[in-house]
Design a protein around this ligand. Structure first.
Ligand SMILES: Cc1cc2nc3c(=O)[nH]c(=O)nc-3n(C[C@H](O)[C@H](O)[C@H](O)COP(=O)(O)OP(=O)(O)OC[C@H]3O[C@@H](n4cnc5c(N)ncnc54)[C@H](O)[C@@H]3O)c2cc1C
Length: 494
């Protein structure tokens, strides 16, 4: 740990938010350069991947080692100070925003601690960037399967906290299916081990409890992940359709056939146009109403038969053309268009609302028609790019947040879309988490009892609610739950 230089807090003092004594104590742990208190410096940490939300931390502290993280958390515990963990800040639900509290950045903890190729396991620090792990293990014929489209930037710690998904999670499962053990520093400074490298569950599944806890249960200090073999053969297909309905029918037909693609992604016309007008242009047909990007992988034997089936099923559903990527370059280009689609949308508007909802896969045609109707009614352009294989929608709307009329229409459209997804038997997050963005919907999808149970679980990890305060469960739900224990024990329900 570093010595104890005084920290400059003039800019923040001006706004009355930073506690200079606390900043000084944190600087004594991590070094002066790793504690930010000036408004201008903190600005970079005031948003995540959803620029519509801006919350300024009082102090941002960036430990460089596991011991420093623990020391910082213990210092915060001593002062009863609230804090928000942050990885790369690519989250899309406002989860890493610190509203006047301490922001604790994990992005300097980038060590891959060990790789056990024989057992296909790796132990990594939380700030390791997702794609860096796959690169590091590729020489062993392995990769880390969960691949959020943000994988070039997002961290494994952030993936754990959000239980991140990605295009290839249709076949390989989401983050939860790949984490076998965690070392966690609890908000009170205690360090605990959850799970074990054998991946066996002993007693309660606390790894399963922590994964997806959105920074509210403590900080992942290291993560033991399961690695997957790089498939022997991969085929990537692009099918294009003159109607969204036909593309949605093809999705259902492919899944119903028993073939499990590694990925099954859909992009609509607005998304295709945004991608093709950008540097990520992938050669998608700009006159198509929708394209499907289908990837099949596994042993080479038999794969071409599956490819032939997917081509046939797509054509039967109405595909105009289906092409198979000829080589790795073409495949990478097709994927780049998909994975950079959000970036391509960001190019054409100053603000972007990115939504994340799930509907039963069979409801896709109906919900996409409903989204279209809502977009016309509110005069907004919705770009749909999503994990069609598991019904995980991402309706996105670009707009100018400085235009009050347009902003109001965009938010009304989003509200109607979320209601439509709930009405269709779906839910409000497939992979981006609740954060602050989805808080208003929690009462609509969970009963008071279910929200109360979440509050009680949180209390086990963080009874003082200092870690990521105000996220995931609406504050009123926890307050009401804790105010009514007598009524509950009498069998009544609040
Ligand atoms: C262009 C783009 C595409 C995306 N595509 C996908 C996608 O396909 N699938 C998907 O699931 N998501 C996607 N996302 C969302 C985002 O990248 C993921 O949620 C990712 O897991 C966030 O990682 P991060 O390191 O940026 O975390 P942050 O945004 O920094 O933090 C996210 C949450 O994790 C908590 N946290 C961070 N580190 C830790 C830690 N070590 N311990 C405890 N809590 C921690 C924070 O408090 C916060 O609540 C996308 C985002 C963008 C911008």
């Amino acid at each position: 740990m570093s010595a104890s230089p005084a920290v400059e807090v003039a800019g923040a003092q001006q706004h009355g938010t930073a506690d200079p004594a606390l900043a000084g104590r944190l600087a004594a742990i991590v070094g002066e350069r790793r504690v930010l208190v000036r408004q201008g410096e903190l600005l970079a940490y005031s948003s995540d991947g959803l620029p519509g939300y801006v919350r300024q931390p009082s102090v941002a502290v960036f430990p460089g080692s596991r011991d420093e993280v623990i020391a910082v958390v213990r210092e915060l515990a001593r002062g009863n100070v609230r804090f928000v963990p942050r990885g790369a800040g690519t989250g899309l639900s406002g989860g890493a925003l610190a509203d006047g509290v301490v922001l604790l950045g994990l992005n300097r903890l980038t060590r891959i601690i060990s790789i056990d190729a024989d057992n296909a396991l790796a132990v990594v620090e939380p700030g390791v960037v997702n794609v860096a792990l796959s690169r590091a293990v590729s020489a062993h014929g392995l990769h880390y399967a969960p691949d959020p489209s943000s994988q070039a930037a997002c961290t494994i710690g952030g993936n754990v906290a959000e239980n991140a998904g990605g295009p290839h999670c249709l076949k390989y499962g989401v983050t939860l299916n790949h984490v076998v053990a965690l070392t966690v520093v609890l908000p009170n400074g205690e360090v605990v081990q959850l799970g074990n490298a054998a991946g066996e569950s002993e007693g309660y599944d606390l790894v399963g409890t922590f994964v997806g806890s959105e920074g509210c249960f403590g900080i992942a200090l290291d993560v033991t992940v399961r690695l997957a073999r790089i498939p022997q053969a991969i085929r990537t297909l692009l099918a294009d359709f003159s109607s969204i309905d036909a593309a949605a029918r093809a999705v259902s037909a492919i899944i119903a056939s028993g073939i499990l693609p590694a990925a099954l992604e859909m992009m609509d016309a607005a998304t295709i146009r945004a991608v093709e007008a950008s540097i990520y242009a992938a050669g998608y047909p700009t006159d198509a109403a929708a394209v499907l990007l289908v990837e099949l992988d596994g042993p080479a034997a038999g794969l071409d038969a599956d490819v032939a089936d997917v081509v046939r099923l797509s054509r039967e559903a109405g595909a105009r053309t289906v092409r198979v990527a000829r080589d790795e370059t073409e495949r990478a280009k097709l994927w780049q268009g998909r994975k950079k689609a959000f970036g391509a949308m960001g190019r054409i508007s100053s603000h972007l609302v990115v939504q994340d909802a799930v509907v039963p896969r069979t409801k896709l045609p109906a919900i996409l028609a409903r989204i279209h109707e809502i977009s016309l009614r509110h005069r907004v352009t919705v770009c749909n790019v999503f994990h069609a294989g598991d019904g995980n929608l991402h309706p996105n709307i670009g707009y100018d947040a400085n235009d009050p009329d347009e902003s109001a229409r965009v938010h009304a459209a989003m509200r109607d879309i979320m209601h439509a997804c709930i009405d269709a038997g779906g839910t409000v997050s497939g992979e981006h988490g609740i954060g602050i963005d989805k808080l208003p919907w929690m009462d609509a999808i969970f009963s008071a009892e279910s929200l109360g149970a979440m509050c009680s679980v949180r209390d086990v990890f963080d009874p003082e609610r200092r870690a990521n305060p105000g996220k995931v469960v609406p504050v009123h739900a926890c307050r009401e739950w804790h105010m009514a224990p007598a009524a509950r024990s009498a069998g009544e329900r609040t």
